[in-house]
Design a protein around this ligand. Sequence first.
Ligand SMILES: Cc1cc2nc3c(=O)[nH]c(=O)nc-3n(C[C@H](O)[C@H](O)[C@H](O)COP(=O)(O)OP(=O)(O)OC[C@H]3O[C@@H](n4cnc5c(N)ncnc54)[C@H](O)[C@@H]3O)c2cc1C
Ligand code: SF4
Ligand code: SF4
Length: 1023
Amino acid sequence: MNAPLPIEVTQAAPGKVYDAVAQASNEVAGRLAQRLAAETKGEVLFSPADRGRYATDASIYQVLPVGVFVPRDAGDVKLALDICRDVKVPIVPRGGGTSQCGQTVGAGLVIDHSKYVRKIVTFDAKARTAVVEPGMVLDHLNAALKRLGLWFPVDVSTAAQATLGGMAGNNSCGSRSIAYGNMVHNVIGVQAWTADGQLHDFANYNDSTGKTRELARRAKDIASLVAADIEKRWPKVLRRVGGYNLDIFDNQNERPYTRDGSVNLAHLLVGSEGTLALTKSLTLQLAELPRAKVLGVVNFPAFYKAMDTAQHIVKLGDGTLTAVELVDRTMIDLSLKNPAFAPVIRTAVIGRPDAVLLVEFSGPDKSVLLRKLTDLVNLMGDLGLPDSVVCMTEEAQQKALWEVRKAGLNIMMSLKGDGKPVSFIEDCAVPLESLAEYTDALTQVFRRHGTRGTWYAHASVGTLHVRPILDMRTDGALKMRTIAEEASELVRQYKGAYSGEHGDGICRGEWVAWQFGPKIGEAFGAIKDLFDPANLLCPQRIVNPPRMDDTALMRFPPSYKVIPLHPVLDWSAWDVQNDPATEEITPPSTGGDPAQGFAKAVEMCNNNGHCRKFDAGTMCPSYRVTRDEKHSTRGRANTLRLALSGQLGSSESGLGEGALEAVKDAMDLCVSCKGCKRDCPTGVDMAKMKVEFLHQYKARHGYTALDRLVARLPDYARRASPFAALLNLRNQVPMLAKIAQRLLGISARRSLPAWREHHFFNRPPVTATRDEALSASRPVVLFVDTFNGYFESPNALAALKVLQAAGYTVHVADKLLPDGKHLCCGRTYLATGQVEEARAKASEVVSSLLPFVERGIDIVGLEPSCLLTMRDEMLAMGLGTSAQMLARHAFLLEEFLAKEAKDGRLEALKAKLRPLDKRVMVHGHCHQKAFAAVNPIVEVLKLIPGVQPEVIESSCCGMAGSFGYEAGHYDVSMQMAELSLLPAIRKFPGAIVVADGTSCRHQIQDGARREAVHAAVLLAAQL
Ligand SMILES: Cc1cc2nc3c(=O)[nH]c(=O)nc-3n(C[C@H](O)[C@H](O)[C@H](O)COP(=O)(O)OP(=O)(O)OC[C@H]3O[C@@H](n4cnc5c(N)ncnc54)[C@H](O)[C@@H]3O)c2cc1C
Ligand code: SF4
Ligand code: SF4
């Protein structure tokens, strides 16, 4: 038995702090909010929905904070710290909130650093160091460093949203940690406030002075009291991130913490998960960007062999080995099922491997790396696996494969049903010699508990990710503990680290003492007491943690209930359960969701925070411009989840009024771009959820005049167009625009699409009749929507010209029972939540077009949001198999032409197209991006001799149907356009800009004063 440490520990008993905070009266919360609002410049968010949105991170936990504070600068953080100390409310600092163990979940005041506190403070090119504020996102820092040939090399998978403050808090580690180490190896200074408000420069021990020196000296004393235990019990692996880094005084890590063997006090704060001090800035050691990379993909017939071989592969390094990453059979299979990834993964696999290891070498000299690849090939031959390595020396090929490796996890996470892959033992680190035995034994543990896990990630450092599938609403918590206990035994047996990447949080806090023993556990308590005697910073984390399986702290406890709701759209595909051992899904509508699948679709958001990204892709334009959690897809999904589960209040008829208003508020800036449908790892389709929500909301609150004006446009356009000259006065007389703004909310700063007296529908060109098309040898049906029909008729005429030039017999879609009106997809009704009306329109479209699609005749459209409704929302309206058949034959013009060109049927058109010697830039409509329909535009435009279209890397244009026309949304709409689209267009004043979306063209006209054209117009012009 260890003797107790001679240190007095005054930490509050477990449970006390949270009880105290949870019971904090409204009076305390009110006082806190009031003082924050009065004394700081920051945003003070204390509404139930705001607190709910910050009650979760990427873990399974949920704890409601007292409130949320978004500081505008470091000064605000310091003021908030002082106020919290005064009113005795703890602080939970937060970056991107992507922690997997519940580090950012806690009662108290959450301080979100990610919105404003994110500057590069100083940069020293010579010393290769940068000082950054904690809210800076890793990718943003690296983007700034790229032109200097430098980077910060702790390349976490969440690089697009993880903040440096959060990374330091968790002692994060990247895929290339074998070469660069963890955060602790790359942070060389931390400026931080301790709970008493004192600002310290934590850096080299010997240079410390004053109060910092005093803290350092006492920390050293504490460490020396347990020096023998540190020596004996500390896991001797690179990837140990649990507990406090008390070994800074006597390094136990595989890799020294400092280059010169000195003691750096900053390293004590790294990995302390916000419990010791509030970070003001971090000094980072930067690295040279590798000039060359090569990749060897080693194919293994058995998973065990792959694991056993990792220990030999890492010896090839000589400093050039930067990654050895595992992709197992399940992930290979999932990738092969995905049309986008299949061709890439096929280039990497030989036959049907059970696992592959991605072995990367990088450095300044490619010839050296190529020799390393040869060494790898030879090694595999020596180990009995000749011809098992696929060598990739081209960067593009390597990049594509790394993308598949990342996406594989995403596909795995999209499992429907209440059983989900749960992260709680997903980063135990074991020495490489034991990796094969460890993974084998843990797989047996899963099997015994009726579940399984897919293995992936960092074989180089013995940290493999694996998430067993558990249902936290039933027996998940119980199984989690048992599996954790059995896994921990294995970790001990193989002398590993229980927490090897993702930190402690709630999930692993109670394993800290288990890992390090009671004496070191007490020493950790003493460290906490030394830095934060009042227990103000993240209480009950690392020291005195709660139980990992305390269901009161969970997002989906067994008591979780969904409010019964009759959705208007069909969500039955989500209303399923799964078998954790086989991952088989039950049939639709069998999942027991009282909201008939809507709630389960919402719950697909696992809070990973991927939607807080700024890089390629569309998701999520409203977050990109506001940087507000509320306006991210995650924020919306959480608000909906809280509402649907009654956590924002309920009423007899379902959702409470407060809940409805909270969701409305969160949905306000959602432009329904469907970026999330494509980019979210679990396919959260917020645009569709918004339609459902609007329907529910408007059913209770009614429609506005603007809703009606927008929705009914297809119906009144015919009667309005004769008055084009009169109606267009609104664009010419500012007073009329102002009146329209006052009466309807349409921004006076916008021009509206111009009406035409003569348009496609009242001056129809000669086209084939239904019967002629049905009996033609090369028939096609052109679907002319409201916008291209009434407002931009030349586009419809251009499409007709192109199709006819290509030799098609073109019929213009019309009603089966003509009533003088055009066929309409119902999009405008959907946009305002009028689903019944949209369904009536859709039903007409389906029945009118069915005779064609039954004969295999394709339907071709021009406006992405209209045509793609046939492939999306129309399938959720209960229109049966006819709608599905239509969906299979509905194509955008370019999709159709690209398909036909591939089949060799466009030779006639190609021969007619005249060359064009101009730069052509393409802006894809968001729905085109969501349906992978941008590439066909490029392919088809390339048919014009001399044209090499460039796709503009842009998110949503910001107009998004009627969104950008609304006075209340004008500014945000323009900010969205200015993110990348408009600057890219302005860069090339002479370029032709192609944009298929009518709103996109309008936004480009308003924002850049440039006329963008539909691809059909460009093609027709060259005939
Ligand atoms: C899909 C997925 C993949 C992941 N991959 C990796 C990976 O490859 N490697 C890895 O290491 N992790 C990974 N993680 C975990 C997580 O993304 C990282 O730990 C990340 O660095 C956290 O950054 P953040 O900004 O989200 O921090 P947060 O989660 O917001 O905070 C992390 C910790 O830092 C503390 N903190 C934040 N700001 C401050 C401050 N100013 N002062 C004091 N403390 C502060 C918080 O209190 C908390 O304890 C992954 C997570 C997900 C969901
Ligand atoms: S909406 Fe999607 S991307 Fe965003 S946090 Fe949820 S699962 Fe992740
Ligand atoms: S539809 Fe677009 S704006 Fe709305 S949540 Fe998804 S990505 Fe964001």
